[in-house]
Design a protein around this ligand. Structure first.
Ligand SMILES: NC(=O)c1ccc[n+]([C@@H]2O[C@H](COP(=O)([O-])OP(=O)(O)OC[C@H]3O[C@@H](n4cnc5c(N)ncnc54)[C@H](O)[C@@H]3O)[C@@H](O)[C@H]2O)c1
Ligand SMILES: [Zn+2]
Length: 682
């Protein structure tokens, strides 16, 4: 052993300071700035230096301590049994060395030692104390000796029993486990946060730890947290359970969730096989694990092995490749989704993340780019977990190069050059070339041909895919040029069905203005809005020329819908497609202007149950066209209730109030009469 030279002392001091800062950000703020891989590398290096020069070890060195001191705002609670950390093994050699060490200390045959293997859940450790079967305290790990009392928060987790199951419970039980957030829960929580502009978490671990340490338990209650037990710290009376795995089975009976992946294996071979198998399954689990925890199963042997400063000798954590890595952002490209949403995609210097090479990651939208403060040329942290698309979670701002460039969001669609539209208050920017944009082609055509739009019989999803893939159809207008002979070349299309389709296309040309407007697939213009627009403007020409103000004068049309309609008709390509449709023979009867008094003016109608001949939206649109208001609930003021199949409480209420009730057949008859009368008027 040699005296540490000044540079070694400096290095140790620097590592200590960096690790301490990282601990604070990770354990107290739940907002790490360093990846786990970088943290582990530094900790390893410090351990090495301290092993070479034991005089460098200070009692408060991060190598000697666990976690971080409890944060303010929660009562401090002493742990009766300390909550320790785990030693790490980063490869199979280190696993074998662990098994050998254990065997030597126990003077046992390594191949005969039973090990209990479990996933190392990546969340936040908590300890739960039960007295006479009831939960009395829930505490975070804190610095291992003292944690934060978060009982009220933990009570909100459904997977934590407030009372133990059965009646065979011990008088005192202290259970430890991990609070985690599944990938699904995490994605939902972050999506909501992005929409609301509130705090977005970098990964499920930070989200779980941050959610647990809310001062208001009502917030914790809304977070998708789950508890999984992995240790019994105290049990009284001790009934002499022989092994860790037996205790885990007992916890299951008391109402706790334990890992479904828990297995007891023998020797180094068994441990390594388990680690490989779980590594293969990692992406499919639906929650983050950062490795495997391997424990000597027999409790008698655990006691014999005992502890060192910060970790037990009878357990080890085998670490999997990290799910977060840093790399360089080389460029940003903008992709157009099938509904026109524009997504910025980060082009990265390829990097291996959890065993897979990643060269692209999503940046979600313009708000996310602003939130991250990311620039082209930056060093960024990438996270890849399960089958979720890799994401940029953080920027290493201190590493920003001098020539870093700002990311400029395009104004025109990279696919079709139409205007990109981003409405106030909406996170997503979209291409406005709905009818024309190649990226949106399939969706636009499916909508156009749908039953509630032009209702083209026999033109289903598969057929549309085939037509677009062969480039036979680019816009809806191209549909009307299709020839039966050509169609017959398609898979599963005979002569007869091709002829039928051509006939159906011909038949679909005769439509109504309302259906036609709906068929265009303008964002947020549903059937009812389309009917209102048709009724209000009377002609397609008038609608196309309307400015935002005129559009907002239409019933149920607010500024957002008005903006979508306005932008849609300002796109030259959309207008060309409309002209082509009309040239192809699509037609409807045009009314001059909004017709005069309407027969149902001043009446409120209610639709309930299911109708055979139309959807409720359609019924609503037709009633509105006749001047009626359509409401969702029955009251004394209701003029008439249309009761379809399986009508329920609304029907009962209408009968109680003496409101007129009619069935679908009567409704259709009356509609036909009014609509005819209405047309004769206008
Ligand atoms: N990025 C950063 O800035 C930063 C900072 C501090 C720590 N870290 C990360 O945290 C690690 C150290 O954290 P640690 O001491 O909390 O954990 P650890 O890796 O030393 O392992 C101990 C923890 O494992 C957990 N665990 C999960 N499943 C378990 C199971 N089946 N059985 C037993 N325990 C189980 C428990 O919560 C326990 O507290 C570092 O290696 C690093 O990856 C990162
Ligand atoms: Zn486009």
């Amino acid at each position: 052993m040699t005296q540490p030279d000044p540079s070694t002392q400096d290095e140790a001091a620097r590592l200590r300071a960096e690790l301490e800062d990282a601990n604070y950000r990770y354990y107290v703020l739940d907002e790490p700035r360093m990846t786990d891989a970088d943290y582990d590398r530094r900790l390893r290096r410090l351990q090495e230096l301290e092993a070479q020069h034991p005089e460098l070890v200070t009692p408060d060195s991060p190598t000697q301590r666990v976690g971080a001191a409890p944060a303010e705002g929660f009562p401090e609670v002493q742990h009766a049994v300390p909550m320790l950390s785990l030693d790490n093994a980063f490869d199979e050699d280190e696993l074998e060395a662990f098994v050998r060490r254990v065997a030597e200390r126990l003077e046992a045959d390594p191949e005969a030692i039973a090990f209990c293997c479990e996933p190392k859940l990546d969340g936040a450790a908590v300890s739960l104390v039960y007295e006479r079967g009831e939960l009395v305290a829930g505490v975070t790990r804190g610095d291992g000796r003292t944690g934060e009392g978060i009982t009220s928060n933990l009570r909100t987790l459904k997977s934590i029993p407030l009372k133990l199951r059965g009646d065979d419970w011990p008088g005192l039980l202290e259970v430890r486990g991990e609070v985690i957030m599944s990938h699904e829960g995490f994605e939902t929580l972050n999506a909501r946060a992005r929409e609301e502009g509130s705090k977005v978490f970098a990964n499920p671990r930070n989200a779980a730890a941050g959610s647990l340490r809310q001062l208001d338990p009502r917030i914790t209650a809304t977070r998708p947290l789950e508890f999984s037990a992995y240790q019994v710290a105290r049990i009284e009376p001790d009934e002499g359970d022989a092994s860790h795995s037996a205790l885990m089975a007992r916890l299951g009976g008391l109402g706790f969730r334990t890992s479904s992946e828990l297995h007891v294996v023998e020797g180094a071979r068994g441990v390594i096989d388990y680690c490989r198998a779980l590594g293969d399954k990692r992406d499919a689990l639906g929650y983050d694990i950062d490795g495997v925890v391997i424990k000597v199963d027999e409790l008698r042997l655990q006691r014999e092995l005992g502890f060192v400063a910060r970790a037990p000798r009878w357990a080890i954590a085998f670490k999997f490749p990290a799910q977060e890595q840093t790399t360089q952002l080389n460029d940003v490209e903008f992709q157009v989704g099938r509904t026109g949403a524009i997504t910025p995609v980060a082009r990265l210097e390829p990097v291996t993340v959890a065993g897979v090479t990643v060269s692209n990651a999503t940046l979600h939208n313009a708000d996310e780019i602003a939130r991250l403060g990311v620039m082209i040329g930056d060093t960024v942290a990438i996270r890849r977990a399960g089958d979720v698309i890799p994401q940029v979670v953080r920027v290493q701002e201190e590493e920003r190069p001098a020539d870093a460039r700002a990311i400029v969001f395009p104004e025109r669609c990279p696919v079709c050059d139409s205007q990109i539209e981003r409405l106030e208050g909406e996170a997503v920017a979209r291409c406005s070339g709905g009818l024309y944009c190649a990226a949106q082609r399939k969706e636009a055509l499916k909508h156009f041909a749908g039953r509630r739009a032009l209702d083209i019989d026999g033109l289903g999803e598969k057929l549309i895919d085939a037509l677009v893939e062969r480039d036979w159809v680019k816009t809806p207008a191209d549909l009307f040029d299709l020839q039966a002979e050509r169609l017959a070349e398609l898979p599963r299309m005979g002569k007869k069905s091709s002829e039928n389709l051509v006939a159906a296309l011909d038949k679909a040309k005769a439509t109504t203005l309302a259906r036609f407007i709906f068929a265009l697939g303008i964002r947020e213009v549903g059937e009812a809005t389309a009917a209102n627009l048709a009724r209000h403007f009377g002609t397609l020409g008038a609608l196309m020329e309307a400015d935002r103000e005129a559009l907002e004068a239409v019933e149920d049309v607010g500024p957002i819908v008005a903006a979508h309609v306005y932008t849609f008709f300002r796109q030259p390509h959309n207008r060309e497609t409309l002209e082509a449709l009309i040239a192809a023979g699509v037609h409807w009867e045009e009314a001059e202007v909004e017709s005069g008094p309407t027969p149902l003016e001043g009446q409120t109608w209610v639709l309930t149950g299911t109708m055979e001949s139309m959807t409720r939206d359609e019924g609503k649109a037709r009633l509105q066209a006749l001047g009626a208001k359509v409401s969702g609930s029955v009251s004394k003021k209701t003029a008439c209730l249309v009761a379809g199949e399986a009508a329920g409480s609304k029907l009962t209420k209408a009968e109680q109030l003496g409101v007129e009730v009619i069935d679908e057949a009567t409704f259709l008859e009356r509609l036909a009469g009014w609509e005819k009368g209405d047309r004769d008027h206008g």
